[in-house]
Design a protein around this ligand. Structure first.
Ligand SMILES: [Zn+2]
Length: 132
């Protein structure tokens, strides 16, 4: 990965961090969504649903996008208490993991560079213009 790509990915991480912080502040309790991923019925949201929608629009195969967007929605009704409680624990662990990941991102990048050698541009293994 060249310096520009590395700088770009560091900037992206900062932006995500800011968006997530703002979202977390506004979030009083854990939220769940239907069909966040095609192979899960329901799961706790670890990011704003708008961020997931944007990701789907920009990254999923064109023919899958309309169905994915139509089915992705927040759970409105009451879920079992145990599901909510463990969902909260899952979310907290996810946050802690991301914090550690960001803190050690440079080391992870260096390890990836050593072990992989793919076209990862800081965002995807399918960089625009194809694999190097
Ligand atoms: Zn790779």
């Amino acid at each position: 990965m060249d310096m520009t790509a590395e700088r770009k990915s560091n900037i992206l991480i900062k932006i995500y961090e800011r968006e997530e912080k703002a979202w977390r502040r506004g979030m009083k309790k854990i939220r769940f969504a239907w069909h966040c991923h095609h192979n899960r019925l329901m799961e706790p949201l670890t990011e704003p649903i708008s961020v997931r929608r944007k990701f789907i629009r920009e990254n999923k195969p064109k023919e899958e996008v309309p169905l994915r967007l139509r089915l992705l929605k927040e759970v409105k009704g009451k879920l079992p208490r145990e599901v909510i409680r463990t969902g909260e624990a899952y979310f907290k662990a996810w946050e802690a993991y991301n914090k550690a990941y960001r803190k050690h991102y440079k080391e992870i990048q260096a390890l990836h560079k050593k072990e992989c050698g793919c076209g990862w541009d800081g965002k995807t293994i399918f960089p625009k213009g194809g694999e190097e």
